[in-house]
Design a protein around this ligand. Structure first.
Ligand code: PBG
Length: 327
């Protein structure tokens, strides 16, 4: 019976027909490029577990951001590696903190590029956790209220520097509300919030922790980040963040959580981002360096799947490569 064989294959017969029926199209406008900034000048330090990615001083970050803008990428996401770390993460909200400097420089030189500022403390604390830690008799606990105080302070400091979007990622309960309140009180009601709403306690953050020098010195993040086994809980996380004032929500990581991404996008309808994290990047890089996989095809396939699953935009270290491949 030839009919069943031809039924679907008719429209796959040529590149032109495949182009016509393609349901998902990637575009450089879908990407946000994450950048790691550190103090200094002329610094471009390779990150071993993320080939092609660097810790950059502000001047070097400007160069990369300019390349991104030329490639049609509308936004960058900033992470900072401070000079000094301490228990209260003071580098995160220092007026002259490294991210604050980078934001000011970017908004000054490239005003049309959107600047998203990640708001977390693990890069700034000497213990490497995402907030204020209290020791207990059986270990430690992340002090939610004390952390929220720092969240508010940091949000205001990043907005004052000129960030267009604040992206709280500490996974403290109430962090979105703390950001919104601090912004509104400080006169920044126009600054938007991208909430890391469903952020899982994932092994795929491994390379990032080398990049941001943010590995916890003890314990792990499983009392504040989500259990990979849960998806209904992700919906509760997102619902709370939306109630607290999130303008956009994020699912993170991306590829192992496409099911979560799909339901979040369908259920809430808010602009929904997916973070294609460091471990996802490192896997494709490692396999392609060994010649085990075609990098370009694999990267574009992975990014297309993330968009197909429901992402309105994708935070990805592949942004610059992918944008160039798509031109
Ligand atoms: C900070 C933060 C992390 C990532 C983004 N913000 C890591 C973590 O929770 O340890 C991971 C990003 C990546 O892996 O690319 N909390």
């Amino acid at each position: 019976m030839p009919f069943p064989l031809h039924r679907l294959r008719r429209m796959r017969a040529s590149p032109a027909l495949r182009e016509l029926v393609r349901e998902t199209r990637l575009d450089p406008g879908d990407f946000v490029l994450p950048l790691f900034v550190r103090p200094g000048k002329g610094v471009k330090r390779p990150i071993g577990s993320m080939p092609g990615q660097f810790q950059l001083s502000v001047d070097e970050a400007l160069k990369l951001a300019a390349q991104a803008e030329r490639a049609g990428i509308p936004a960058v996401l900033l992470f900072g590696i401070p000079e000094k770390k301490d228990p209260r993460a003071s580098g995160a909200y220092a007026r002259n903190g490294v991210v604050q400097q980078a934001v000011r420089a970017l908004k000054d030189r490239m005003p049309s590029l959107a600047v998203l500022a990640d708001l977390c403390f693990c890069e700034y604390t000497d213990h490497g956790h995402c907030g204020v830690i209290r020791k207990t008799k059986d270990g430690f606990i992340l002090d939610n209220d004390a952390t929220l105080e720092l969240v508010g302070k940091t949000a205001l400091s990043l907005a004052q520097a000129g960030a267009d979007v604040i992206a709280p990622s500490a996974m403290a309960d109430g962090q979105v509300q703390a950001v919104r309140k601090a912004l509104d009180r400080g006169g920044f009601s126009g600054t938007a919030i991208l909430a890391y709403a469903a952020k899982y306690a994932s092994a795929f953050y491994g390379p990032f922790r080398e990049a941001a020098e943010s590995s916890p010195r003890f314990g792990d993040r499983s009392t504040y980040q989500m259990d990979p086994a849960n998806s209904r809980e992700a919906l509760r996380e997102v619902a709370l963040d939306v109630e607290e004032g999130a303008d956009m929500v994020m699912v993170k990581p991306a590829l192992p959580y496409l099911d979560v991404l799909r339901i979040v996008r369908e259920r809430f309808g808010l602009p929904t981002a997916a973070y294609n994290v460091s471990g996802e990047y490192a896997m494709l890089k490692a396999a392609s360096e060994r010649g085990w996989i075609d990098e370009r095809k694999a990267v574009l396939e992975a990014l297309t799947s993330i968009k197909r699953a429901g992402a309105d935009f994708i935070l990805t270290y592949h942004a610059l490569d992918a944008a160039r491949w798509l031109c």
